[in-house]
Design a protein around this ligand. Structure first.
Ligand SMILES: *Cc1c(COP(=O)(O)O)cnc(C)c1O
Length: 398
């Protein structure tokens, strides 16, 4: 084997594999309804695009400091004070090529071979693979629909060993949409402080949250937990800027600097004019987000309602993000049209795609076999048509 041990363990993203299959069908002229999308279906706002165009015209096209420009770091610090009640200085901020890149930098900066990183399942697809790439070991704690897909303090306490380095927290969560409340975060924070464990808090969906629920950052729960937390966020999801590749991390200066050193030898700076666009996104009126969230909420309510009326599928109402994580355990082991057996979430997703022309992501990708993930980052019209197809598909499962 010529590949390194670390890299040969990394699986390709299941999310991308299903999406690729759906795209191939579409290119053959087949009308596929996609519930696979992991990005908002809205355009980036004009004032953000204008800021990027201006930067280009003004010749802002060269290398910037590799950890990002001061003006964007300042805008991020203001955002943290305004929205999260956390005080950072520009030196405590690293701007990366997307939040994903910030997470990877953080894991590489903190994890040694054989360190343990606690993940909460269902988890975002990339966490376990990134942990593997560092040589550390992912310790997976399972949650389910009954407990709102949230980690309990007892579970966390039991999982901690002398090797535990880090907990990855993702609230609002992809794929479950669950949001941790303030007192829940406080309890988790206390356990982490007691165990001298770090927290990587992925808050990329903080703005996409419903029913008046409030997002809290675990780093705002006190000075001691702030000293152990790397907050990761970015402009991708809130501002429909997935392709611009701007994310950021904030945390203890020593860690942020180490992450910056690493970045300076890999990607160097995130794209110069995209950093200017990110300043425009963070510093201008935010009503675009409110409109998006209202639209998402309407789609969510419609979808949850209809899915729960379908025999064999059940789901809870997600509190944030733009996904529904639905339980399909009742279909496992059954047959579709008396022919194919539904073995697992992947065979469910494959059948749904080939037979009903509906793309979803199998729960397997998130460490949860009996579930599938629907994204409602698609038009209401598509949602209605897709659900009609799913209803019909489910009638043929015996
Ligand atoms: C989309 C997503 C990210 C990555 O965001 P980018 O800024 O586009 O890299 C990180 N975490 C979660 C949970 C996501 O769903």
């Amino acid at each position: 084997m010529f590949l390194s041990k670390r890299i040969s363990q990394i699986r390709p993203s299941v999310t991308l594999a299903i999406t690729a299959k759906a795209k191939a069908m579409v290119s053959k002229g087949i009308d596929v309804i996609g519930f696979g999308g992991g990005e908002p279906d809205f355009d980036t706002a004009d004032h953000i695009k204008e800021a990027a165009k201006r930067a280009l015209d003004e010749g802002f096209t060269k290398y910037t400091p590799s950890s990002g420009i001061k003006e964007l770091k300042e805008a991020i610090c203001k955002k943290f004070i305004r929205e999260n009640n956390i005080e950072y200085l520009p030196e405590d901020i690293l701007i990366s090529c997307g939040a994903k890149h910030s997470i990877f930098n953080a894991l590489l900066a903190l994890c040694d071979e054989d360190d343990e990183v606690i993940l909460i399942s269902p988890f975002w697809v990339s966490y376990p693979e990134m942990v593997k790439a560092t040589g550390a070991k992912a310790v997976i704690l399972e949650t389910n629909q009954e407990n709102g897909f949230k980690l309990t303090p007892i579970q966390l306490r039991r999982a901690i060993t002398t090797k535990t380095k880090l907990l990855i927290l993702n609230s609002p969560s992809n794929p479950t949409g669950s949001v941790y409340k303030k007192d829940e975060l406080m309890e988790i924070a206390n356990i982490l402080i007691e165990g001298d464990i770090f927290c990587l808090s992925d808050e990329i969906y903080e703005k996409i949250i419903y029913d008046g629920i409030q997002h809290f950052s675990i780093a705002s729960m006190g000075e001691e937990i702030k000293r152990r937390t790397i907050v990761v966020n970015g402009v991708s999801k809130a501002y429909s800027m997935t392709g611009w590749r701007i994310g950021y991390a904030a945390g203890p200066r020593e860690i942020i600097q180490a992450m910056g050193n690493l970045q300076s030898h890999s990607t160097s700076n995130p794209t110069s004019f995209c950093q200017i666009a990110a300043i425009a996104a963070l510093s201008s009126p935010q009503e675009q987000i409110e409109r998006m969230v209202v639209e998402f909420q309407g789609r969510r309510d419609y979808m949850v309602d209809r899915l729960n009326k379908i025999e064999g599928i059940s789901c809870v109402k997600p509190e944030g993000a733009f996904y529904i994580f639905a339980d399909i355990s009742k279909t496992l082991g059954k047959r579709y049209k008396n022919r194919m057996v539904i073995k697992d979430s992947l065979s469910f997703a494959e059948l749904l795609l080939s037979e009903a022309r509906v793309a979803v992501i199998p729960g397997e990708a998130f460490g949860a076999e009996a579930y599938i993930r629907f994204s409602y980052a698609t038009s209401m019209k598509n949602i209605v048509r897709g659900l009609n197809r799913i209803e019909e598909f489910m009638h043929s499962i015996l």
